[in-house]
Write a protein that binds this ligand. Structure first.
Ligand SMILES: *[C@@H]1O[C@H](CO)[C@@H](O)[C@H](O)[C@H]1NC(C)=O
Ligand SMILES: *[C@@H]1O[C@H](CO)[C@@H](O)[C@H](O)[C@H]1NC(C)=O
Length: 455
């Protein structure tokens, strides 16, 4: 295990304090997410519905930009606190200053040294130490401004020293792995109540984002338990199991392989194909996407098992409209994945093998067969730029095969003309502000491409 500051932080004190930290942490994230949503453009139609069904902070919702303490690249129209990064020219955003540093405690890093400072006094109380721990997690990636460095250095406390303080306080340090072991046995214990089990899954989800933690979960048999729980009789267990699985699978090939061998794909397809709550569908779709992305073998199985039909039915299901964009994005990403692999020049054996696997995948032809030519453009009526952007690029991807279907869609051509003039205006404004390669210009070009090809 790498001993980066994040990991150190995760050596948290007893499970109780730990839980306390997380929920605080999560709450904080959620609060900021809400603030941003308030400042997002009017949510109309689909997104309004999405807002009412939104339960908690799913990673798959991250597409709806959530600010962190780091500056992140964002698209226009999403966030209030936007600054221009002169190096990249991209808009970036962060949580407004002062939302985290109120206690006077600050995380500080210079070179290899990092630790906490107490801006109010030179020492820490026990309470402040606990807070410091929380802030380390929260602020570990925040760059402290140059001007403050001198002042901070005076009150600087290295992590090592802080840890010694924790020991002096007789708090028990646990590694991530130990905590995961405990959570798994709690989940697996015959005496655990439904609430205990849900809580264990909820906590596990936090840990398995880290690649080595997810692999640890796998090595102790916990992943198999989670996959089994996908068809538990209690929906809340199923839903949380899907959430843990999705997070564990994200960008983690070893876990992806194990999961597909354990039958996760079939179980997730059943959740997607049967009558389930929106919350359940969302989590299942999240796990499903994490399983398929960058894993051609799983994509092959998905096609063999009729997964594309299931996605098509879900796409058209009443009341499930807010899942449409996610479904379309997943399909687009899979088609692009293949294109990118095939477009890469590389004679190495692994690459050739990858190419061979992707060659066997015929997602796009099946999409054309299954009427996606007429399904995708339906999403273009959205008032969200981000949605339109994704629909336009997907339409562009399919246009050589879908031209006649597009032409036959009533009102599509006038909708495209409307978008064209809207984006002409926005792109012109963008240009006035000095952006030569702006977001709206990209949207305008996308719309223009389609219009040209439909003539
Ligand atoms: C779960 O509990 C069962 C029965 O007590 C046991 O056989 C199994 O090894 C446990 N699994 C894990 C991963 O702890
Ligand atoms: C879950 O699925 C497995 C096989 O996939 C089956 O043996 C088991 O009975 C199912 N459990 C429930 C509760 O339906």
């Amino acid at each position: 295990m790498k001993l980066g500051c994040l990991n150190l932080v995760l050596f948290l004190i007893s499970v109780h304090l730990l839980n306390y930290c997380w929920s605080e942490n999560r709450q904080q994230q959620q609060v900021s997410a809400l603030t941003v949503l308030e400042h997002t453009e009017e949510n109309v139609g689909e997104s309004k519905e999405e807002a009412t069904v939104e339960d908690d902070l799913d990673p798959e919702d991250m597409e709806v930009f959530y600010p962190t303490n780091d500056w992140q690249v964002v698209k226009p129209g999403k966030v209030r606190n936007v600054r221009l990064n002169l190096e990249t020219g991209k808009n970036e955003a962060k949580i407004p200053d002062g939302e985290t540093g109120k206690t006077g405690l600050k995380y500080w890093k210079q070179g290899t040294r990092h630790g906490m400072v107490n801006l109010d006094s030179k020492s820490f109380t026990a309470e402040e130490l606990k807070k410091a721990l929380k802030l380390m997690k929260l602020e570990s990636n925040t760059q402290t401004e140059e001007g403050h460095q001198e002042k901070l250095r005076e009150t600087f406390r290295p992590i090592k020293e802080l840890m010694a303080d924790f020991e002096a306080m007789n708090v028990v340090m646990e590694t991530d792995m130990e905590i995961i072991n405990k959570l798994v046995s709690k989940f697996n214990s015959s005496g655990a109540t439904l609430e205990d089990k849900v809580a264990a899954l909820y906590d596990l989800e936090y840990y398995v984002h880290q690649v080595d933690n997810a692999q640890h979960l796998m090595s102790i048999g916990g992943l198999q338990l989670v996959i089994k729980a996908l068809n538990a009789t209690e929906p809340r267990i199923q839903e949380h199991a899907a959430f843990v699985l999705g997070s564990a699978l994200s960008g983690n090939p070893k876990v992806q392989i194990e999961a597909i061998e354990a039958g996760a794909l079939q179980k997730l397809l059943i959740l997607l194909a049967t009558d389930q709550s929106m919350a359940m569908k969302k989590k299942a779709l999240f796990a499903f996407s994490s399983l398929l992305r960058h894993f051609p073998f799983a994509q092959q199985q998905f096609l063999k098992l009729g997964g594309l039909q299931i996605l098509g039915q879900l796409f058209q299901a009443k009341g499930m409209e807010s899942l449409r964009l996610r479904i379309m994005t997943l399909l687009y990403d899979m088609v692009m994945e293949k294109k990118l692999i095939q477009g890469t020049q590389d004679d190495s054996v692994p690459h050739q093998e990858k190419c061979r696997q992707y060659d066997e995948l015929n997602l796009l032809p099946l999409m054309l067969e299954q009427d996606w030519c007429t399904m995708v453009p339906k999403l273009l009526t959205s008032s969200e730029h981000d949605t339109r952007e994704k629909v336009l690029r997907t339409m562009n991807l399919m246009i050589s095969s879908c031209r006649s279907e597009y032409q036959a869609i009533q009102g599509l051509s006038s909708l495209l003309d409307m978008l064209q003039s809207e984006y002409e205006g926005l792109a012109a404004e963008e240009q006035k502000e000095g952006e030569t390669d702006g977001y709206f210009l990209g949207l305008l070009n996308s719309a223009n491409d389609i219009i040209k090809q439909l003539k």
